[in-house]
Design a protein around this ligand. Sequence first.
Ligand SMILES: Cc1cc2nc3c(=O)[nH]c(=O)nc-3n(C[C@H](O)[C@H](O)[C@H](O)COP(=O)(O)OP(=O)(O)OC[C@H]3O[C@@H](n4cnc5c(N)ncnc54)[C@H](O)[C@@H]3O)c2cc1C
Length: 278
Amino acid sequence: MSGLRDGRVAAQFGNGIVRDRAHLIITNKYKSSSKDVMSSPPRKFKARITESVELSPTVLGIAFKPIDFHDFTFEAGQFVMLSLPDEAGNENKRAFSIASPPHEAPEFRLCIKIHPGGKVSSHIGSVPVGGLVEFHGPFGKFVLRKPLDKETLFVAGGTGIAPLYSMIADLIYTKAQTDVTLFFSFREPYDYIYAKNIEQMTEKHSNFKVYTTLTSQTVHPEEWCGSRGRICEILMHIIKSPHDKSVYICGPKEFIDASKETLVQIGLPLEKIFVEPW
Ligand SMILES: Cc1cc2nc3c(=O)[nH]c(=O)nc-3n(C[C@H](O)[C@H](O)[C@H](O)COP(=O)(O)OP(=O)(O)OC[C@H]3O[C@@H](n4cnc5c(N)ncnc54)[C@H](O)[C@@H]3O)c2cc1C
């Protein structure tokens, strides 16, 4: 049962999805593995697209299987550099956070927001399932800090959910001793990507709660009955004490700055706040 639906706070900040949307549903392909996950040293590799689904009208969820890097591993929160050639044959490289948990490696998933005119994001959708693309990685230090605190908080803005989803799924898979709370801000109801998986995780794991908020002012109440407005109000309302917590924030820079400022106001020390701006 998600903490969202408990009592007054649940009514105020609940998951507001009113209509079920098939494109929000992705399958969670947890493999059973007990190996200790370490990040492999970064290198160039090729990977085959094994699945491509619309997570929303503007976000693709793409699964990849490395074909020449069979021991590819990564830490939850890391990213890879995707290279795509343009019409002139120039390689364009962009960073994408791995959205799947490490125990699924060597396979991994990305969620890519399509920017019309973007050199990489607007072209990846035209690579068919079965097609090959080139990566370099894994990279990044935006990873879970051990030992874990009593509470681990995640603050996601839009597709900034990607590395945080990987971290949350990793904490749940490894049965980590920490209470996990996700604060997820998005513009439209369909931007609540991974909704079904997130809701299922909150139902199965009593130590995982999620609070969502919608920022678009124009969405009809029939489409969204949950919380609306800025992430800062929810953070301020829900986080009762600054103690024994680490916070991981990912999203656009302004979103990160605003969230961080609120957390500092609440009293969280800066050294407990970790960020990945895009
Ligand atoms: C560590 C890290 C992790 C990241 N992880 C993710 C992730 O998981 N998912 C994700 O979606 N993104 C992620 N990003 C962002 C990603 O790397 C790219 O910046 C993003 O996809 C845009 O790249 P692009 O090639 O599509 O656009 P670019 O070609 O770089 O263009 C940038 C912007 O300009 C606009 N633009 C480009 N050409 C035109 C034009 N002709 N006219 C008007 N506007 C134009 C595009 O719409 C776009 O908004 C991450 C970034 C970092 C640094």
